[in-house]
Design a protein around this ligand. Sequence first.
Ligand code: NOJ
Length: 472
Amino acid sequence: MSEKFLWGSATAAYQCEGGWNEDGKGPSVWDTFCHSPANTTGITGDVSCDFYHHYAEDIRMMAESGQNTFRFSISWPRIVPKEDRIVNEAGLAFYDRVLDECEKYGIVPNVTLVHYDLPEYIGQKGGWCYEGIADEFAYYAAVVFQHYGERIPLYVTINEPNHNAYCDYCVGNYPPNHKNDLQSYAHCLYNMDVCNAKAIREFREMGFKNSQIGIVQGCGPATSLQDTPEYREAVKYCDYFCNFGILDPAIKGYFEPELLEAVKARGIDLSFMKDEDLEIIKNNTVDFLGQNIYSRLIVKPNESGITAFTVNNAGNNDGTCKTARETRAIAGWFESDRDTDTRLNKWGREIYPKCAYNTLMLRKERYGNIPIYVTENGHGCYDVPDENGYVEDDDRIAFLNDYIGWILKAKEDGVNVKGYYCWSTMDLYSWINGYKKRYGLVRVDYEDGLLRRIPKKSYYWYRDFITEHKDV
Ligand code: NOJ
């Protein structure tokens, strides 16, 4: 792989592919959830922007805007649709076609093995808490490594383990929709640690010389608005909860004993931990870190004595931004704080560009010179198109410009940043937020029956930005 800085954009299988039951694909937990009454919105990713049939056009447009890398995920149930472990050749062939297109334009693929969409047969057995999940995942990962080999220079095991576990078991807005279930949250994260390590063990056995493997973290380090011993404790506990339970084992190969003690002291039963797993974790760490960057995680001491998690999936388009925020609180540990001087987006999430710099600098402080790819960064908006479908998304441009500025500053200040991916390549399904919350550089017209792609102003801005920053 060339050593050029990678400039690209990102998607995920369930969010963009559509073709949910085509060519032998099995259902994922998201297919089942979206088709069930638990999905009160009734909105699904059945078709979405139909990347399954539009991939050639989407990749061509990426290339035309100068992007030299594409982050996407493989749908596990497209490759191993059923419990019998029989491999679906048509599934493998689809991603071969995607890789052919990337190769045609010299676009470096950065490929995630699972981005929330577990196969339904794993879901039935307990999903991420199923004790056999790491062996199933390692099997699937080995099929992928064997088939695509070094055609894929950057592999990612799991997208946003902590956010996935958090939505599944704390907030309850993702399947299996448990609320405040900290026991399952801990179990889920641990199984993800083992999945990551067992997949990496398979990867190492392939003996690749030109491919690397990493993990993608969803949030940045915790921070606080005051610097007192109590606030520092709150930050530490929030990092235990959101960051260190995944990143320490994945990067350093072990859990901090203090973290495990703190978790046990909360009454969480850690008897699912096994010495043989810890040995595998120790010997199978990542080559790089993928870091998604959106906003800060500001916390203060937990004064309420409450454990609660809130999200805003509904959005608010009245222009006030006075929406329900994303908050988290764990009794005795920490709770979310708010800096009232900072702007929120329409879903109550902070817009704070400097968090990009702080995140990268703190990762370096804890994990040394590990190569880092900013695997997602983007701005969710209610885009308003003109009569031709063109969107003048100046707000998104300002957002991207400011965040990238801070990322490049972190690189100048010594962080080993190797690439940047804007979320998202084109408009797609935004999970529980549906289709109204748009992130794409390219608009998708969901109403015209053709799913026409129309580049937004940000697409052209990004093209020019890349030209000017090719050699950073
Ligand atoms: C993180 C996730 O990886 C992606 O799936 C999601 O749509 C974006 N962030 C935007 O919230």
